[in-house]
Design a protein around this ligand. Sequence first.
Ligand SMILES: Nc1ncnc2c1ncn2[C@@H]1O[C@H](COP(=O)(O)OP(=O)(O)OP(=O)(O)O)[C@@H](O)[C@H]1O
Ligand SMILES: [Mg+2]
Length: 372
Amino acid sequence: MRNPFVIHEIPVDGVFCNRQKELKDLVNFAKNGINVVLYSPRRYGKTSLVKRVQHLIQKEGFLTVYCDLFGVTSVEDIATKISKSLYKIVYSNEKLLNKFMRLIASFKPTIQPDPSGGVTISVTKSTNLYGLDLLEDVLESVSKIVNDNELKLHIAFDEFQEITEIDNSLQIEAILRRYIQTFNISVMFVGSRRRILLDMFSNIKRPFYQSANLYELKALPYDELKDFIKKQFKQNGKTFPESLIDNILEVTKCHPYYSQKYCYYVFDLAENKVDEKVLKIAFNEMLLSEKPIYEAVIQGLSSKQIQLLRAIAIEPTKSPFAVEYMRKYNLGSISAIQNSIKKLQSLDLIEKKDSKLWMLVDPILEIWLKEF
Ligand SMILES: Nc1ncnc2c1ncn2[C@@H]1O[C@H](COP(=O)(O)OP(=O)(O)OP(=O)(O)O)[C@@H](O)[C@H]1O
Ligand SMILES: [Mg+2]
């Protein structure tokens, strides 16, 4: 029996829960040339959704470019990634490929078949330009291509906030903004480090200030997710009693990735009908498989930051500066806490929820930290 639960990015023709309104909104924005910032905590389904949006608008004649900026460390990296993602969409269309190769003169593509039957595309820099000049050159080329060919172009920049990690990020943002403004294209800026990403678009001192519509991707709606899980089990020959699905959703808080992952293990372990014992083992398996990720998160933090993170996991609080709280969890000075909050927020590990309580963003990391 095939396990219907997907724990990697969902392919555009894969089984997807809900997101109907989001798809409709995002397709409309794209078609109307409205730029959007799509943000959410990690693993909420942004990338899967963006690819779906692009798949839908391709049918309406859009050329769609997906550019993942994760891990960029320099302006050259950005220019390289943009060129590479452009070549990726036109490699199979000889006419367009030739046009692109003529116009994007600073990067030449190499296209090689890969063992899976697809192709691998790499680009090599073929100019003396470097730094910001190189980026401008690539963007100038894109604007020529778009204008000369009256292309309908849609670009999604995934993990867009990563640009801020580069030294001259304000200049990079200014150049990107200038070109995006003059292109006749629509752009989606996607990211999970919400504080940093939103600051890029809502801080008056930054080039992208108020240049795009802010669109939050929330956790999946409870009832839809519950139905989705029930149906996936039923269609694949297993029964998941409703009250036990409630137990799962209470733990995952309808987090798309964790709900899928938890169900993946439950489906794997259950004979025919899910029972509480299966839920318990499945949860432990999930925790075990996430452990290396959590350990990597912890390793990147100072001891005071870990102490605060753990304190908030154990006891969400309105006031981490309350003397008793500081003492109870050995949080150090007020300025140490202020710095820790800043860091943990920038990593999107903690947030102030509607109730004004500081809480962990990730519901399973929260459970793990309590036991750690
Ligand atoms: N609509 C959905 N229905 C069911 N599962 C979903 C849905 N959206 C996302 N998921 C689950 O969430 C996982 C993460 O999806 P995806 O990689 O698209 O998220 P992301 O927000 O881009 O993550 P990251 O922050 O790591 O980049 C998927 O593997 C899938 O298990
Ligand atoms: Mg993603």
